[in-house]
Write a protein that binds this ligand. Structure first.
Ligand code: GCU
Length: 617
């Protein structure tokens, strides 16, 4: 790793209060220094390291008085009962569960420590530490000073360290705690593994005194070839010249940012090729301000709905999707790298997908970047999952922050077309109010994408099906559907609700005249277990469920897409059936041994026919 050595010795400042988080958009569009690799760790189930012996972490002035954050080494006979230098290591990025069998089920705190030197290329440059994510809560310290606490397991955060950084031997200490909490987002009950740790990249970012903290580029609504771009500066000298250049489009512009450090551009280009799954064209963009320069690749497209149609670039599109968890099932670990993203998305591509639902939380940002490149549309989601504390204001604030962090991170990704604010949340007035607040937040931050959620379904009849018998009829009239752009819901007819024969006799009523996207259906199947189509947990049962479900869904008015559950088997503490599940949710079309199941080809054939039909329109 390139060592960064400070040219000027920065005087050590006194105790500093915990810093707030800062925005550093599109970190992969920047030159950065990776702090990935082996970090020393101390497993701390009692949070001993968080407190001094009096169980007080700070003195009256907020100065840290004890605990592992000080990263002390014993000298002169001093009693120090920890030593990061001699403690074990874990790889960062990476969950701790899959790296040490003693941590497989661990829920608690692990203290991470990384030492590093610093070079700055100019004395007035600024320094930041950027975390791709830490699940679930992270307390961050540099050289014994608290930088801040981040809550939320799947979104990026960064702190400025300019004044605290030294030339040599900086000590970065992070307490990561993955305990589940009833008031958290997600709450205590999830059908996925609670992987803890520094699960994504950790980067050192150097910028000029005034730098580009955020930028957004997109096709201007209602136009076919006007690019609108907004650039935000952070720093003391905001009235600087900002330049934007699309070399392959041969268009460029520059302007002076306003007193708030904002520069807004509109650039017309005669023949702008729109991004699509069939033609995922990406354009190089260079945005610069003084010595700061960001290079990215962005696509331009429009997404909208019209009645029950989804319109991509003004043309009706059927979403041939699949759900994906952020996991490398064959290694039983959190996915985090570009290679992991390519593995997952290339399997979706092989299935014939033009769409993926990244369930049930923001995935690492390689996923949307690789999806941009491969031409796969994305549904991204915040982990408002099942029984959230709907009337808790702090819970809502946390959910809003996670949604805002996701949107600001992925706002330039053409592949992302849906922000989803929830999954399978029991209908109640407080719940619908909570979700409406998230929809309003998403639309306020980004009015160019669709907003949805996996809503509720129930048996019964509706006025347009008075003769239907409730046991054969499903109704989608979730009140939240008033506020979403799509009518999306999970349905498990034939698995959780009845057996295969029920699928053939089930009809549907949808309250909303909106595109219908079934966000989940599926069945468990142990890869390699074969038998009759009527025998649960066999590949044959799962395949037959797909064969019967797809024609049933095609009867639903406005059926515009589906994301069956799920591409790969994934770890879940809720699936103990010995000899069959053994701690895995086995609804994958690909087993956790990496082998495809029969149902994979059933869905692949269906999508192949759909793609052919779409191509002729
Ligand atoms: C639910 C839920 C998923 C879960 C799946 C299942 O619909 O959204 O997270 O894994 O069903 O039960 O397999």
């Amino acid at each position: 790793m390139k060592k960064l050595i400070l040219l000027l010795v920065v005087a050590f400042v006194g105790a500093v209060s915990a810093r707030s988080e800062v925005m550093i958009a599109d970190v992969f569009a920047r030159q950065t220094t990776s702090l990935d690799g082996k970090w020393n760790v101390i497993v701390d189930p009692y949070d001993t390291g968080y407190f001094d012996y009096r169980r007080q972490p700070y003195d009256a002035n907020g100065k840290i008085t004890g605990g592992y954050a000080l990263d002390k080494q014993a000298k002169d006979g001093e009693l120090i009962e920890y030593n990061f230098d001699t403690s074990p290591t874990l790889n960062v990025p990476g969950d701790w569960n899959s790296q040490d069998e003693k941590l497989f089920y661990y829920e608690g705190s692990v203290w991470y420590r990384k030492k590093f030197d610093i070079v700055k290329s100019a004395p007035d440059h600024r320094l930041f530490i950027y975390f791709g994510a830490a699940n679930y809560e992270a307390d961050v310290y540099l050289n014994g000073k608290k930088l801040g606490k981040h809550i939320g397991g799947f979104t990026p955060f960064a702190y400025e360290i300019t004044k605290l950084a030294k030339a040599k031997n900086n000590s970065l200490v992070v307490r990561v705690n993955n305990n589940r909490h009833a008031d958290a987002v997600p709450t205590v009950n999830t059908d996925w593994w609670n992987y803890g740790g520094l699960t994504r990249d950790v980067l050192l970012v150097e910028t000029p005194a005034t730098f580009i903290s955020n930028f957004r580029t997109r096709l201007k609504a209602g136009t076919t070839n006007t690019i609108e771009a907004t650039v935000q500066l952070d720093g003391g000298d905001k009235n600087q010249t900002v330049k934007i250049n699309f070399p392959s489009l041969k268009i460029a512009a520059e302007m002076t940012a306003d007193t708030n450090g904002v520069a807004r551009f509109e650039l017309n280009t005669p023949n702008l090729a729109w991004w699509s799954p069939e033609n995922p064209v990406l354009n190089d963009v260079v945005i610069s301000c003084g010595a700061d320069e960001l290079k990215d690749r962005v696509g331009f497209r429009s997404i909208a709905t019209s009645g029950t149609d989804i319109l991509l670039n003004g043309k009706k599109v059927f979403l041939r999707g699949i759900c994906i968890h952020e996991e490398v099932a064959t290694e039983g670990r959190r996915a985090w790298s570009e290679a992991d993203a390519r593995m997952l998305l290339s399997n979706a591509k092989e299935l014939g997908c033009n769409f993926v639902r990244l369930a049930h939380y923001p995935h690492n940002e390689h996923m949307a970047r690789v999806a941009d490149e491969l031409g796969i549309l994305c549904w991204e989601e915040t982990p408002v999952y099942w029984t959230i504390q709907w009337t808790n204001a702090a819970t809502l604030a946390n959910a809003k922050q996670q949604l805002a962090d996701l949107i600001s991170r992925d706002q330039n990704r053409a592949s992302v077309i849906v922000w989803s604010v929830a999954n399978e949340t029991p209908v109640s007035e407080p719940r619908t109010k909570f979700l409406k607040a998230l929809v309003d937040e998403a639309r306020a931050l980004d009015g160019t994408r669709l907003v949805s959620a996996a809503m509720e379904v129930h048996s019964g009849t509706m006025e347009n099906h008075p003769g239907a018998k409730p046991e054969n009829h499903k109704v989608v009239d979730d009140p939240f559907g008033e506020y979403t752009d799509l009518c999306s819901f999970n349905q498990y007819t034939g698995w959780y609700d009845g057996t295969l024969e029920k699928i053939d006799r089930t009809t549907w009523s949808i309250k909303y005249h909106k595109p219908v996207v079934i966000s989940e259906f599926g069945a468990d199947a142990k890869q390699g277990l074969h038998g009759e189509t009527t025998t649960r947990f066999t590949e044959e049962y799962q395949a037959e469920l797909y064969r019967r479900t797809l024609p049933m869904l095609e009867q639903i008015p406005g059926f515009s897409g589906c994301t069956p559950w799920i591409l790969f088997d994934f770890r879940s503490p809720r699936r103990p059936l010995s000899g069959i599940q053994d701690g895995w949710n086995i609804k994958g079309l690909i087993g956790h041994n990496g082998e495809k199941k029969i149902a994979f080809d059933v869905l692949k054939n269906f999508y192949g026919e759909k793609a052919k039909a779409d191509a002729t329109k």
